[in-house]
Each structure stands twice: as C-alpha cells, then as structure tokens.
Design a protein around this ligand. Structure first.
Ligand code: 4AZ
Length: 841
C-alpha cells in the first residue's frame, strides 16, 4: 500500500496532516516491546502525579491558609481566651516563655484544659491540643485550644460554638473535684471566643514571636522583610507589656499591606490572646502618613498579630510603641464653660481606648443654648446596628449615636448640654472631634436659615429644591414661587423639572401630570407608548429608552447599550467595570485598573482642602513661566485628558506649542511643587472645538515619558458612551482654580461636591447654549462651582462598583458660583469614541 497523504483545512483554518505508514515503515517487534515498557512507565508516572495531586488538594490540611470548611478539607476550630488562676503566686519569670516557671505552669494548665474538654464527649472526640501563650498579673493565663474536624464530619462544624466551649470549661471548673484536679490549680474565671486558626502560635517557638516591654520612651518594631516586602504566610505576634499603672500606645507611622483584610491584616488586641471579644481593631491596606493608625490599650497588655497569605507581598509596617500612664487615658470629660470651644474622644487622633466612659457638661451663658457640631464622627464596629448602638456610642439628650456620621449637629434646649461617651471591651475607632457654640434661641442662625438638625444654612438654600439641611427641613412649608412646581408632598421644585422623567419630588408627583397616561411609557423624546413596550426585546422608542434598563434584551442595540468588543450589546445601566461579566468576551470588565485611590482617607467633614492622594488622577498644567493655568486628568500612563480651550486660542498661538507646557501629576501643593513633572509630546485638541460656543471642549495630551502609577498618581475610569450619570447625582470637582470670581488661585488642591443638573434645566438656565456635548453640574442656588484655572480638570463621580468615573471636563460657565448659573462641563460619554480613536484608551 502506498502511503496516503491527506492534507485538509481544519475548522480553525490551519492545515493539519495525517500520515499513514506502509508495512515497511512499521516498527520492528523489539522496538514494540520497548514502546510498551515506555508506555507503562509513563502511565505509572502519571498515576503517581495524579495521586499526589489528589492528596495535595483533597486530603492535605488547609492549615496553612486558614481555610476551614472547604469541601473534603479538614476544619480547624480554634478558641482563644483567658483564665484567672487562684493559689498561684505571680512571678516575673512567668513573662518569659523560655523560663522553667512558664513551662511548668503552662504544661499543667494545658493538661487541665485537656481534662475539662473530656467532660463533653463531643468536644473530646475532636480535641487536639491547647497552648498557654502568656501570663499576666492577676494571675491571668492566656490560651488557645484547637479542635480538628475530619472531612467526613464537616457538617458538625456549626456545633462548635463559644457557648459549648464555655459550658465545658465553666462546668468543669465549677465542679469542686475538678478545681483541685491532678494539677492542684484553681481556675476561677474563664473566657473563650472563636479565633482565626492562623493565630494559634506557640510562644516557645521563636519564629516571628516577640515579647516587648513598653516604657515612656517610644521604641519601634517592624513587620518581617520591611521595608522591601513581607514574606508570604507570615504568622507574627508581638506581646507588649507595660508596668501596672500604665497603658500601651502603638502607632503605625508607615502602614502598607495588601488591601484585602481576609488575606493580609494586622489585628490588635486588648489582651495577650488573639481573642476577638477583646480586639481593638483589624486593619489592612495602605494608610496616609497624615492618617496613621494609632491604638491604645485599656490595661498594661496588648497583642499585635500580623497574618499574610502567599499572594501579594507589600512593604509591611513600622510600629512605634510606648507606655502612657493610665491616669492620662482614663481622664476624659469634665465641665466645659465659655461660649465656644471644642473637645474630642479620648486620645484623639489615636483610636480611643476600649472600656472607657467620659462625660462632658457644656455650660454656656444664661439665656443661651448650646449647638454641638461633630466635625469627625467615626465610632464604627462590626455587627452593630447604628439605630441601637449597643456597643460604643456618644449619647446626647437620651439618644445614642454610633457608626460613621458625615454631619451631625445638635442643639440643646437649655444652657447646659451633657455629652457622654462610652466604649466597651472590644473594637475601637478614631472617635470624634466636636465643636460647640452658644446661640441665642430667639435667633439661632443670624442672617441664615436654622435647620431642624441644628445647623445653619444660607437663606438662599431654603426652598430651592435641594435637601441642604439633611432632614429636608429647608424644603418643607415652602411657598412655591411662580417658577416652582408644588409637589404633592409639599416640596417645591423648579417647574423645569416637571415631566423630565426624574422623580424630583420623591413622591412622583412631578412626573404624574405628564402627557402620558398612567399605563403608558414616556420615551426619552416625550412620545407616549403602551407600558408593555418596556423590555419586550423590541426597540419601540426611537431612542431605545424602552429597552435601556432591562435585565436582558439580547441583541438589542441602542444609545443606551454597552457595546462589547465583540459588538454584542448589553442592555444594563453602567455595565462597565461593575465586577459582573456582562459581555460573553468579558470586555466590559477589561481595562478596569482605574478609578481607585490607594490611600485610606480620613474623611474629615467639611473643609475644601483635598488630602494627599485623594484625587490621584488630578493634574496641574503649567504654562511657560506662568505656573498653574489649567487642570487635566490622568487616563493612562501616557495620556492626559483636558479642555481644548486651554490650548486653542486665536489670540495666544503659543498655547498650542507642546513644549510650552509642563504637567504635574500627584501634586497637592503649588508652592511645595510636590508633583511628578512630565513634558508634553503632543497636544490633540478636538478638531470640532469652537472657541465661540465652547462646543467639543476637549483635548488629549500625550506625555513625552510615561508616568509611573503610585499612591498619588492613578488613572480615572473613562465611562463608556452609554454610561449614565443621572441628574441629582453627587460628583466632585477638583482644581487649583481661583477661589472666587476674580480672586486668587489656590495653593492646595481644592475639592467641592456638586450635583449633576437635569438637561432641560441646564438648557434653560444657559439660554440654550448647551449642546449635547455638554452637561451642567453645580447648584442652582449658587455658592459651589468650578472657576478660572479649574478648566480641563475632571468632574469625578463615584459609582456603586467602587470606582471613580470621569463624567465631565471643566469647560465654562457664566461667572462662577452664581445663582442659576451652574458650571458647564464637556460631556465625556459623548466624546468617548473620539478619545478612543486618538489615544487608543
Ligand atoms: C474658566 O474661566 C472657567 N463656573 C471655568 C469654569 C467656570 C467658569 C469659568 C464655571 O476657566
């Protein structure tokens, strides 16, 4: 037989070939045996590899990364707590895990714990071991106990509760015979709480386990590998002690660990055991040097633990510890007289200590009343309902406040106001900064409007359609004027907002009286269609608005659809970078490394200075020797986005020359010039930009040398052309522009919150000067706006996905912050395709 050679095209277009062998070409018998042996050996090797992999993934413990309850994986339940011992004299040597005293007493206690668990057959079945990790005065012993549940019994894991462990321990120690068991040790109190198995360390093991003595003078320690990077799977602990009359303060001047607290984290405990009922805090991520983590113990002991996984390794932390006298920590509160002043939670800006109570009595002049305004309020704790505040709280006039509150202002009904603060045994936070003033009850807000919340706002903000007080008290009992619509709920809204398809009244009344019947759908262009056209997978409205917000309208493409790279359409509002794969090619979740800020921020309420790293995409554009003239935003390492009017001007041709510009990224202070300089290689203004109308006011700047992303330099996300920034949405403008019309530019980067304004309103208040490439943002009441020098900068909006998107570019406006003259911005969604075409971004 001849060898037949077939060549054919496979389905993927590549050619493949099959060769048939002639009898002459066939292998002789001896070689056949060799092949057989080879196949057998290969099979044995494969079987061995498979067996190893099965062992590795199925039977081997998941101990190393603390995974519990994973299918067919052994579960480790670790409980940690402390025991109070009687009849045991305290001895300094008990603080040294290598000493004989420590070893003897811990061995005895470990045996007692083993005996106590035997009283419950269920616990006894799974009990593995207990380890005593420390002793402190009292005498207090700190321990953990481990229970290993084999894969076959995983369904019983929920039965391992703290109550069950405590029942066994307490039941045992109450039993007189047990008290004086073989060890002769008497345990009078015991606690136990479930802890992370990765915390189970033996102090006799010297690897990354430290005991430190805090004294008045600060000493430091660091995470292993600092400042390069910490090793994977670290399980470090630092036991810190101070003398009995002191407490311990630990601050972290440098803190940079992975931003996922289930992988890498630092926990601090008001105990020497990793007992979450005494946790002070658990932190991960990166912190600004101006917002360091600083914690304080309630007593003279503290435990710091550091856990990392095998994935991301960051530089780690530097910690500074010192003792502070208990008297200093426990003294808080008192009488505050005078007509204004301030006070803070104990030890602020440090986290307040656990187990602390304070009471301030504010006394102002007779006939006056007290207004307290909290500039910062952070009393957050896991698992706390902020309506109840059963753990840490501030209490004023019988109401408890806790959680994170962005604006809290309260008024008294007499000239005396009591403010109480309480922290319980676990979890603390930054606390609060409060300012108080005396006010005249007959005139609480001279020349201003008095909100029911106690704050004073400008009179012009009353009845302007926006909730400025926070409790709507500025929008109630309004006499609607002729330009306003009376909502059924008593609110007044601009008439221009009626029938704009936004529920501006909140009760829908501004949209009820529109021309469409109740069972009709009003298309974006005002046409009424039967309600059942909505989401019927058919584009009935000309603008596709009937299919825009449907869960699925496969194949339907409209202006509202997100178009995937493979040209598929996704009919879901703001599908890009929302952590859900909507496109079959996942292109909606590609290129999403943007719009995040690495630094954890302080979030001080009020104040317009931006914090370092708060707006890492903001750029300052300097022109020749004039210094700052325009803003821009980082959209990639080589491209910045700005406004065309910064570069195109018939009267200043010099503006168009790339070499005349310097860009500063990661900058905050124009005097310190604390940014990274990059020259401009190319300026690409939009070809349709018109100086007279400001239409297409957008330009791209290509940098001569790419930027490096850092904590203070990051790109902002660009919205797809279908992204929706609804009217009323709160967004932020940032820049070093003039602080008021005709005023001076800012030294420190400024930030201001503005609201997206409805297009119909925008059109009306700008005398129809806005095109579809523009949007309005700000407040019709005026007062907050971008101004000269902010041009080119971003209008940044935070989306639920946790990312910042650029909705606009500061472009123009009639003056700045004037009533009924909001800022006008280039609409990025409408110019998105041009950005892609020119920059590839
Ligand atoms: C300007 O001249 C400018 N109020 C920028 C923004 C606004 C006004 C003027 C908006 O660059």
């Amino acid at each position: 037989m001849n060898s037949a050679r077939y060549e054919y095209d496979s389905h993927n277009g590549r050619s493949e070939r099959i060769d048939f062998l002639t009898s002459k070409e066939k292998v002789p018998k001896k070689r056949n045996i060799g092949i057989l042996i080879g196949v057998l050996v290969a099979f044995l090797i494969l079987a061995a590899v498979a067996a190893f992999l099965i062992w590795l993934f199925v039977f081997k413990d998941a101990e190393s990364d603390g995974i519990t309850g994973k299918l067919l994986t052994k579960s480790e339940q670790v409980f940690s707590g402390r025991m109070k011992l009687q009849n045991v004299p305290y001895n300094q040597n008990l603080e040294n895990a290598q000493s004989q005293e420590f070893q003897q007493l811990s061995n005895k206690l470990e045996a007692v714990l083993g005996e106590l668990y035997q009283t419950d057959p269920f616990l006894a079945k799974y009990y593995t071991k207990s380890t005593v990790t420390a002793f402190s005065e009292g005498v207090m012993a700190y321990y953990w106990s481990q229970f290993d549940i084999p894969p076959s019994d995983l369904e019983i894991v929920p039965e391992f509760s703290e109550e069950r462990i405590l029942d066994a321990l307490e039941g045992g120690i109450k039993d007189q015979r047990m008290r004086f068991s073989s060890s002769g040790i008497q345990i009078t109190e015991v606690t136990a709480s479930l802890t992370d198995a990765r915390m189970a360390r033996d102090p006799r093991d010297e690897d990354c386990f430290y005991t430190l003595e805090a004294v008045e003078k600060a000493e430091t320690f660091t995470s292993p590998g600092y400042p390069q990077h910490y090793p994977s799977k670290s399980r470090c602990q630092w036991q810190i002690r101070a003398s009995e009359e002191d407490t311990i303060s630990v601050s972290f001047p440098y803190f940079n660990i992975e931003d996922d607290c289930s992988n890498d984290f630092v926990s601090t405990f008001d105990s020497l055991s990793p007992d979450y009922s005494r946790a002070i805090t658990k932190k991960c991520g990166q912190r600004l040097p101006s917002n360091p983590l600083e914690v304080v113990s309630s007593g003279n002991i503290m435990l710091i633990t550091f856990i990392t996984d095998a994935k991301v390794q960051k530089p780690g932390f530097e910690a500074s510890y010192r003792s502070i006298p208990k008297t200093k920590v426990q003294t808080c509160g008192g009488i505050l007289s005078g007509n204004n002043g301030s006070f803070t939670s104990p030890l602020h800006p440090s986290f307040y200590p656990p187990s602390t109570d304070c009471k301030w009595t504010i006394q102002v002049s007779q006939g006056k009343e007290v207004r307290v305004n909290f500039k910062l309020f952070l009393i957050k704790e896991p698992g706390v309902d902020v309506r109840v505040c059963h753990k840490d709280y501030v209490e004023i006039m019988g109401t408890k406040y806790c959680g994170e509150v962005s604006s809290l202002s309260l008024t008294s009904s007499t000239n005396v106001l009591d403010v109480s603060f309480h922290s319980d045994k676990s979890y603390t936070d930054k606390g609060f900064i409060a300012e108080y003033t005396a006010y005249d009850p007959a005139n609480p807000c001279p020349d201003m409007f008095a909100c029911k919340t106690g704050i004073c706002i400008a009179n012009s903000l009353k009845c302007d359609g926006w909730n400025d007080c926070g409790d709507m008290s500025d929008e109630k009992q309004c006499q609607c004027d002729k330009d306003q619509f009376s909502c059924s709920n008593g609110l007044c809204k601009p008439k221009l907002w009626v029938c704009d398809r936004n529920n501006d009244c909140g009760d829908g009344s501004d949209e009820k009286l529109c021309s469409c019947e109740p069972n009709e759908w009003r298309c974006g262009n005002g046409v009424c269609l039967p309600q059942d056209v909505v989401c019927n997978n058919k584009m009935d409205c000309e603008d596709g608005s009937d299919e825009a917000s449907c869960k699925s309208s496969p194949g339907m493409c409209s202006d509202f659809s997100f178009v995937c790279s493979n040209k598929e359409c996704v009919n879901k509002v703001n599908a890009e970078c929302d952590r859900v794969n909507d496109c079959s090619d996942n292109s909606d979740e590609a290129n999403c490394d943007c719009g995040t800020r690495p630094y954890k921020l302080n979030r001080i309420v009020g104040g317009q200075n931006a914090e370092l790293g708060e707006w890492p995409w903001q750029v300052s554009l300097h022109f020749m020797t004039k210094g700052h003239v325009c803003g821009a935003s980082v959209i990639s390492k080589t491209w910045l986005l700005s406004a065309a009017h910064c570069f195109v001007s018939i009267t200043s041709p010099q503006n168009h020359v790339a070499s005349n510009w310097q860009t500063y990224s990661g900058m905050q202070d124009q005097i310190k010039m604390d940014g990274v300089l990059r020259k401009v290689k190319r300026i690409v203004p939009h070809p349709d930009y018109k100086e007279d109308t400001s239409d297409y006011d957008i330009a791209l700047l290509e940098l001569s040398v790419p930027l490096e992303y850092t904590n203070t330099i990051q790109p902002i996300c660009l919205p797809s052309s279908s992204h929706v920034f609804p009217a009323g949405m709160s967004c932020w403008i940032t820049g070093w522009g003039v602080l008021r019309e005709g005023g001076q530019t800012a030294q420190i980067l400024q930030k201001a919150l503005v609201k997206i304004i409805n297009d119909t309103v925008c059109d009306a208040v700008t005398n129809n000067q806005v095109t579809s490439r523009m949007l309005c943002s700000g407040f019709l009441a005026g007062g907050v706006d971008a101004c000269q020098g902010d041009s080119g900068g971003p209008l940044a909006c935070f989306e639920e996905s946790g990312k910042w998107f650029q909705a606009g570019i500061v472009s123009w406006g009639e003056g700045c912050a004037r009533r009924n003259k909001p800022g006008v911005y280039s609409r990025v969604t409408k110019l998105r395709d041009w950005i892609k075409k020119e920059s590839g971004i």
